[in-house]
Design a protein around this ligand. Sequence first.
Ligand code: SF4
Ligand code: SF4
Length: 407
Amino acid sequence: MQTQLSEKFKHSVIGQEADDILRSCVHCGFCTATCPTYQLLGDELDSPRGRIYLIKEMLEGGEVTESTQLHLDRCLTCRACETTCPSGVRYGRLIDIGREIVDKNVPRSMGDNARRYFLRKLIEEPRRFKLAVSTGQFLKPFLPNAIKQKVPAKQTPIQRTSNTHSRRMLALSGCGQSVTTPNTNIAAANVLDKLGIQLIEPQPVLCCGSVSHHMSATKDAQSRMHKLIDQWWPYIEPEDNSPGVEAIVISASGCGATIKEYGDILKHDNNYAEKAQRVSELAKDLCEVIANEPLDQFANSSSTKIAFHSPCTLQHAQQLNGIVEKILEKIGYQLTVVADSHICCGSAGTYSIMQPELSQQLLNNKLDALEHDKPDIIVTANIGCQLHLATKSNAIVKHWIELLTGS
Ligand code: SF4
Ligand code: SF4
């Protein structure tokens, strides 16, 4: 695609990065076939190609309007388009740049700004979020159905084993996950313990910055990234020159997708560029770690039927398609066939709150596909998807690692 960037963007770092991405697009339109918002709305401007044009127009000095903002807001950042694109267009990075520019040019209403700020400050602060979730759980019987559905069920904590091993990995607790489904990381620690790997979870629980990053709150996002890197660094490069951790294990694929991009996001940050790159290199989704270990001890002969929902952040952003499925089949589970497994469930970070109608349509379609073969359990690999699916699912929804502990 030919571009003529305006003077304002021609010499800026962000403009040049966007220009490289725009030029890689040959506007063939293959991506439209797998775009959930285009499938639902049928509007070219709600397709990847349409949004790419809107971003190109902005960078070339065209008018930036509320309509531009709306079409960019409606994007789930699911990145199914990236998986489909034959030219390797880095759409995920482009939409982040596009949103940052549009938000600087089109003021949002006070209500919208307040909602976005409140959401970020609530979800990314585990203590605040825990208070809100506990209050919701306590009041659940008295809440209207629409809100009741969104309050996650309280988990009874499972026992964590804590043996010492020479193989050590670092875990991200996850701001939302540590509050709503703490058993996920306990199960991960117990499974890794059986494999002779010690999982270290530094305290306090810190957020990876993903929510702020995708809501164009760049300063807040980068400040959270700095804090997390600072917390992890003594385990990566111990001061006494002892070996650092083997990997950083992330059991929420949404967080993992962002942490794997720290190196790119902070590449112009003089103080953190190198450390961020190292963190990204060490970051592994839990399935990448488990897939490389001997799994005989987890063999299972139950006839439980499992449907796996592959999060977009696992299959599109991290390009880790099929790994969880192989692990579960290897240890003896029967997996159902799920139609349109490449399509987003509508969770997408804060999308279910910011774009409730589209999100609910995607959720209904996803549950129809997942429940088609009447599974006993639905499993997934990301906290956002897990909670979103659980709001309406007839089957129990869990993180897949819990199947390996029998919990
Ligand atoms: S598939 Fe790729 S190259 Fe084709 S229009 Fe979409 S983003 Fe551009
Ligand atoms: S990220 Fe998802 S919703 Fe956004 S344009 Fe790409 S396929 Fe469509």
